[in-house]
Design a protein around this ligand. Structure first.
Ligand SMILES: Cc1cc2nc3c(=O)[nH]c(=O)nc-3n(C[C@H](O)[C@H](O)[C@H](O)COP(=O)(O)O)c2cc1C
Length: 210
């Protein structure tokens, strides 16, 4: 059951460097991220899967020296489009048409509406919109990891400009948003593992509008 898995998971603080996540599990976690809903279906982000040890060693100091970055076996980096361009919007609409072998006037009008709106906006506004979509995938990947019995730590505790530099993201029109180490908890060295999961009570969290 999903809720049991979500209660099991926590933002692991210490991962066991001797344990690697099996590739089939990693692929299912990636697939959950790929299936994330996004605004207009634009999927305006790319997922980098960093297994290279030297690169992760370089990332660690620009990420508050968080040990999970090198102790995990797979580091997922969610990198959002730096802007919405006509090419990017057309690319996604063309892909939908090709995959469905079908288009409609309504769909093409919708494409035009986006083309008339997004590329003209401030690139920073567009990046922030794209970043919000990447966070949806981050959430799904975190849940998918829990479903697989894999530990993960969603992180924005890093210097995005420095990470962009290390992974050469700006040249690809991308900017890093969040990272997700995947691995296995080292329970005996993790101060958080046995602490109660704390969330606001339902009555403080939900406003029922009846
Ligand atoms: C977007 C985001 C960024 C986070 N950044 C970090 C981080 O850099 N380092 C860390 O150890 N935990 C980080 N966390 C984990 C949160 O602190 C944690 O999810 C929260 O305290 C709730 O606890 P739980 O996930 O263990 O239930 C982040 C979580 C999210 C969703």
């Amino acid at each position: 059951m999903l809720l049991e898995k979500l209660n099991w998971r926590y933002a692991a603080k210490k991962m066991d460097p001797s344990k690697a996540v099996a590739e089939d599990k990693v692929e299912r976690i990636i697939e959950a991220a790929r299936l994330a809903p996004t605004s207009s279906g634009l999927q305006p982000f790319t997922l980098l899967v960093v297994t290279n040890k030297e690169i992760r060693e370089k990332i660690k100091p620009i990420a508050w020296n968080q040990g999970q970055i090198t102790d995990c076996s797979h580091l997922l980096v969610f990198a959002a489009w730096d802007n919405y361009t006509a090419d990017r919007i057309n690319g996604m609409f063309d892909l939908v048409n090709a995959e469905r072998n079908f288009t409609s006037e309504g769909w093409e009008n919708y494409r035009k509406m986006l083309l008339d709106t997004y590329p003209q906006r401030d690139p920073q506004v567009n990046f922030e919109h794209a970043a919000r979509q990447a966070y949806i995938a981050l959430g799904l990947a975190t849940a998918a990891a829990a479903f697989e019995g894999v530990d993960s730590t969603p992180m924005e505790g890093f210097d995005p400009a420095a990470l962009d530099e290390i992974l050469d993201l700006r040249a690809k029109g991308l900017r890093s948003v969040a990272i997700l180490p995947l691995g296995y908890r080292e329970a005996e060295n993790d101060w958080l593992v046995n602490l109660k999961k704390v969330r606001r009570a339902r009555e403080d969290f939900v406003i029922d509008v009846k």
